[in-house]
Design a protein around this ligand. Structure first.
Ligand SMILES: Nc1ncnc2c1ncn2[C@@H]1O[C@H](COP(=O)(O)OP(=O)(O)OP(=O)(O)O)[C@@H](O)[C@H]1O
Ligand SMILES: [Mg+2]
Length: 229
């Protein structure tokens, strides 16, 4: 009798969180490259990714949703209101999870998710008028990440790294650097409240260069997920 084919090991989800300018995208692309170079099947997924492998119709649909959620006219954005954007973001995360992340994991591909929904929850916690349980509930069904890497940095240093910022990044509270700092430090506080001791890999990246951040993350992948790069 021929033995059954070996089961493909499930892929792992590694996600990044942290305030605007913390270095999430920088680390995500570095991890993606390193995993691919080491021969691991891996996908880098973020708000710029609208490709559903081998499915042009779903890719086109995902791209239309991405345009609605992320390529928004500021005047229209204001008119739609906070509840609408929470649900629109939940729709985007849901579709990305269903048509890209879950099939990749089932095929044994690892997923690097540049920015999970945790920052959205922290932003909504700062926004009066949207209930926190509602915001938590609309993301509760998404695939549980195997590792959340939290890049901790104060808003002032994040701003020094970024240089410029948008109105969204001050929570529409103003256009001054102080508005960015106040808003992002509040978001940081809420991210810290979501942190589960022993769960998230929390790295204080203040003053750490890109290589040092990468080494810390690569070490955690080896220790916690047994993925060597
Ligand atoms: N360890 C580091 N030291 C110094 N600068 C860094 C470091 N990591 C990233 N940067 C720089 O800081 C800026 C912000 O980084 P990045 O875009 O990766 O942040 P982000 O967390 O993805 O931000 P956003 O939430 O706005 O997408 C970029 O100019 C990047 O090159
Ligand atoms: Mg980014």
């Amino acid at each position: 009798m021929t033995p059954p084919p070996p089961e493909t090991a499930h892929g792992r989800v590694i996600t990044l969180t942290g305030i605007d300018g913390a270095g999430k995208s920088t680390l995500a692309s570095r991890l993606h490259q390193a995993l691919a170079d080491a021969g691991h099947p891996v996908l880098l997924i973020g708000k710029n990714n609208t490709t559903v492998p081998m499915d042009t119709e779903l890719s086109a649909y995902l791209d239309r949703l991405n345009a609605l959620v992320y390529r928004r006219d500021p005047r229209v954005a204001q008119a739609c209101g906070d509840h609408y954007w929470l649900l629109a973001l939940a729709a985007w995360y849901t579709l990305q999870d269903t048509v890209v992340i879950q099939p990749a994991l089932a095929a044994g591909t690892h997923v690097i998710l540049d920015n999970a929904h945790h920052k959205i929850l922290a932003r909504y916690a700062v926004t009066p008028g949207v209930s926190t349980p509602l915001a938590e509930q609309v993301f509760a069904h998404l695939s549980e990440p195997d590792l959340v890497i939290f890049l901790r940095i104060g808003a002032r240093e994040a701003l020094a790294r970024k240089g410029a910022f948008t109105s969204l990044e001050t929570g529409h509270s103003g256009a001054r650097r102080e508005d960015f700092v106040r808003y992002q430090d509040a978001v940081l506080g809420h991210l810290r409240e979501q942190e589960r001791p022993g769960g998230w890999l929390s790295i204080d990246v203040t003053g750490m260069d890109r290589d040092a951040v990468f080494e810390a993350a690569a070490g955690a992948l080896a220790d916690r997920l047994h993925i060597t790069i």
